[in-house]
Design a protein around this ligand. Structure first.
Ligand code: CU
Length: 139
């Protein structure tokens, strides 16, 4: 392989990596990787059942089971504001949210009332977010 070919291959790998990262970032400005919550057919059904996250962190529910499940904020079923509602998340599917204000957000599966979980969102100032980005970039 000539030096020229090696350079072209390196550029191609770099470009593909960059595009993949761009897709991963999606529409938001936040590059924080999502907190993953697994849907399960057994206790605790949402794992972890209580997820503690920062307000700037996205949350992604993934469904490795063979059945569809949903993620619906309890407020949608009561009189509170309805802050997130996935609709059916099919096997191998996922549902991602971001940008929740600090607070506690109990939620449930509309198809299996026994499935219940809670998001506990802590505060994060723009300054501390910037600092963690600087640390993440590194040398
Ligand atoms: Cu379910």
């Amino acid at each position: 392989m000539s030096r020229h070919t090696g350079l072209v291959v390196s550029l191609a790998v770099f470009t593909v990596g960059f595009l993949a990262a761009g897709i991963e970032l999606g529409r938001g400005e936040v590059s924080t990787p999502p907190t993953i919550i697994n849907m399960e057919n057994w206790m605790p059904y949402y794992s972890p059942r209580e997820a503690t996250i920062h307000s700037l962190s996205p949350v992604r529910w993934v469904n490795p089971t063979a059945s569809p499940h949903t993620v619906r904020h309890d407020g949608c079923a009561h009189e509170g504001p309805c802050l997130f509602k996935s609709g059916p998340v099919h096997p191998e599917g996922s549902f991602t949210i971001e940008g929740l204000a600090p607070g506690r957000y109990p939620y449930h599966c509309e198809l299996h009332p026994i499935m219940r979980g809670e998001l506990i969102v802590g505060g994060q100032t723009p300054d501390s977010a910037q600092e963690s980005n600087l640390v993440a970039q590194g040398p």
